[in-house]
Structure formats: structure tokens, C-alpha cells
Write a protein that binds this ligand. Structure first.
Ligand code: AHM
Ligand code: MG
Length: 350
């Protein structure tokens, strides 16, 4: 089994542009092993439960959210080639080496799925790396579409700690060996099958979804007797990293759509810290990632914390949902739903 350090050497030999990125990747590896050790201690480490503080999203932070964020900031601040880092937990970017003419910008969600912490469920970290080539005067220069990411990855802190990383066209999975403190290449060249019979969605929001998603899930649930003529299974971890990881391991589709629970939001998940990096990983593994109305990687960001609808995984299933959105938006009657009729709760009153 190949050690992460040997894997990186080989990658750099193949593509010398990755040489500069090594410092960033090594710092991220340190973040992941440090956070893994904090999460492993659980109640013994006194890290469970809430703090008294809210993050920029107005959510009460867990103690581990704060700790994981501090670990990311400390490790990434020490990297000479980083221009700025941007955390889901902080309102504004943190400049590291603002005067570089060329360097990296790292976006991260230090602890995704943090509602799982107190029940010893799977949590993870997500990161997205961009390269910027000009002297960055304006904060908004740091915001670029996901298609320009040069690398992305996530970790899972579950029964074992794993890192899934895309640096080039491949997606590779590594498992952390606690004894040697090495990440080992255990899952080379991950690929997502184009069809599937498993979906992940928070079904309790059914009544708030738009008709294309209601139609898709209804058809899945009709199983063998319905138009899909096969049975589907459903899994939902409440942790995007865990749900996407399962899809990379055995296929499926993950959906967190735009809904009418909070109609002013484009979705629940954040574009820069969650949707973009996972979309890059999924697409490089042969899957697809869409908001339903456009590819996630083409969304033009205008705000560090903006939300996005997320539909990603098995390519054929994502495409099917995209066609449902196209038909819905062009006014086809088959999508007529009580939720969206004239007297519906969601139609703006004059
Ligand atoms: P977080 O970054 O604050 O943990 O929130 C993101 C998480 C995702 O991991 C997960 O898919 C989603 O929120 C779960 O939302 P829900 O509360 O609808 O189950
Ligand atoms: Mg998150």
C-alpha cells in the first residue's frame, strides 16, 4: 500500500505544477490528523456540546466546530504560498500573504455535519483550493466559479479517518494509519457508476420541495411497480461528507434542493465550502453535479457564504432531474402540484 508522501512524489513527477501545492496539501493533512485526534477523544476530551457563540450563518457553534476551525487556521497560516483562507465559520477571508503575485486560496468547512458530533456520528472536513495570479486587492477577487478549482478534498472522521482528494483528473482515497501517522492509498481512482438505486435526501422536507424533486422521489418510492421499474433504497446521514463518501464507495445520488421552507435561500448548503469541492470530486469521479438549473461548477459566486441547491452523484440520475427542472420551468402540466397552485402558500400574495 502506497504512503501519501510517495503518492505525492509520483504526482509531482507526472505534473510539476503540483510541486508548489505540496505545502498546502501537507498543511491540510496536518489539519485532518489533528481534528481526527480531537474527535476521537469524544466526551473524554471535553469537546462535546455547544459554545455560547454563533457563527456568521447565525448558527450556534459546537465546541468542535470552533476547535476544528482554529486547527485549520493555525496550520494554513504557516504556509508561504497561501494568499488567503476562507472558512465557513468566519465572516471574512483571512489574509495570510496578501502581497503574493501568485498563490493559493483555500476555502474550508472545518467540521461538516456537526449536528452529528454529540451522537458520535460521522463528521468530516471539506476543502477547496484555487490559484490566483494577480495581486489580490479586492476581497471579491478571491471568489471564482468552482470550475476553476485546482484541487479539492474531504476527510471523514468515522470508524476510520479517511481523506478523499482530487489533485488532477483522478480521485483517490486514503485511510489514516494511527500507528504510523501516515495516510495510505487504500482507494485508488474512485469512480461513480452512472446509474444507481439509492438516494440521499432529507425527506422530512418533502412538502417544501419544488415539483421536479417531488416527482423524482415519488417515482423512486413507487419502486418496481412504478415508472422506474426498480426498487430504490434511501440513506441519510445528516452529514454531507458521509453521504457523498457512501456514493463514492457504492454509488447513489445526493440531493439537497432549493425548497420553500426558506424561499429566499438558493439552498441549504454553502457553495464555496460544500457544493463546489464536492462537485469537483464527484465530476472527476465520473458523476454529475447540478443545482437542477445549472452545473454547480458554473455558478458565479458573489458572496462568500452564499447557498446553492445540490444534486450530485450518478450521472444518469442527475441528468434525469435536470430534465424535470427544464420541463417544470417551461410550464409543462405534468408538474402541476397543489403546493404551487394559485392559492398555494408559496405564491406571493398581492
Ligand atoms: P453544517 O456544515 O453546519 O454541519 O451543515 C451542513 C449539513 C450537511 O452536512 C448535511 O447534508 C446537512 O447540513 C443536513 O441538514 P439537515 O439539517 O436538513 O439534515
Ligand atoms: Mg458543512
Amino acid at each position: 500500500m502506497e504512503k501519501f508522501s510517495d503518492f505525492i512524489e509520483k504526482q509531482v513527477t507526472r505534473d510539476s505544477s503540483l510541486n508548489d501545492l505540496r505545502g498546502v496539501i501537507n498543511a491540510l493533512i496536518c489539519c485532518i490528523s489533528d481534528i481526527a485526534s480531537e474527535t476521537n477523544f469524544g466526551a473524554i476530551g471535553g469537546v462535546l456540546g455547544n459554545t455560547q457563540t454563533k457563527n456568521v450563518q447565525g448558527e450556534i457553534q459546537k465546541k468542535l466546530d470552533v476547535k476544528a476551525n482554529e486547527i485549520f487556521i493555525k496550520n494554513l497560516r504557516a504556509v508561504d504560498s497561501i494568499v488567503a483562507i476562507v472558512s465557513e465559520e468566519n465572516e471574512k477571508p483571512i489574509y495570510v500573504n496578501q502581497n503574493l503575485n501568485e498563490g493559493y486560496v483555500v476555502f474550508f468547512d472545518p467540521l461538516d455535519g456537526s449536528s452529528n458530533i454529540d451522537v458520535n456520528g460521522i463528521v468530516g472536513s471539506i476543502f477547496s483550493i484555487f490559484k490566483i495570479n494577480k495581486n489580490c486587492k479586492d476581497q471579491l477577487d478571491l471568489l471564482n466559479p468552482g470550475s476553476t478549482q485546482i484541487a479539492a478534498g474531504y476527510s471523514t472522521y468515522g470508524p476510520s479517518t479517511m481523506l478523499v482528494l482530487t489533485l488532477s483528473s483522478e480521485v483517490n482515497g486514503f485511510t489514516y494509519d494511527k500507528n504510523s501517522h501516515n495516510f495510505m492509498l487504500t482507494h485508488p481512482n474512485l469512480e461513480i457508476e452512472s446509474d444507481c438505486s439509492e438516494y440521499a435526501i432529507n425527506s422530512s422536507n418533502y412538502r417544501f420541495w419544488e415539483p421536479p424533486i417531488q416527482k423524482y422521489i415519488k417515482e423512486c418510492n413507487e419502486g418496481l411497480q412504478g415508472s422506474r421499474e426498480k426498487n430504490f433504497n434511501m440513506r441519510w446521514c445528516g452529514s454531507m461528507v458521509a453521504d457523498i463518501h457512501r456514493i463514492l464507495m457504492r454509488g447513489g445520488i445526493f440531493i439537497y434542493p432549493k425548497d420553500n421552507k426558506l424561499p429566499q435561500r438558493a439552498g441549504r448548503l454553502r457553495l464555496m465550502y460544500e457544493a463546489n469541492p464536492m462537485a469537483l470530486i464527484v465530476e472527476r469521479a465520473g458523476g454529475k453535479a447540478s443545482t437542477g438549473r445549472e452545473p454547480i461548477l458554473e455558478v458565479k459566486p458573489n458572496n462568500f457564504h452564499q447557498r446553492a441547491a445540490v444534486i450530485m452523484g450518478a450521472a444518469d440520475e442527475v441528468e434525469k432531474i435536470v430534465t424535470y427542472y427544464e420541463k417544470f420551468d417551461s410550464g409543462e402540466l405534468e408538474f402541476d402540484s397543489p403546493l404551487f397552485r394559485e392559492r398555494s402558500l408559496f405564491v406571493e400574495r398581492k
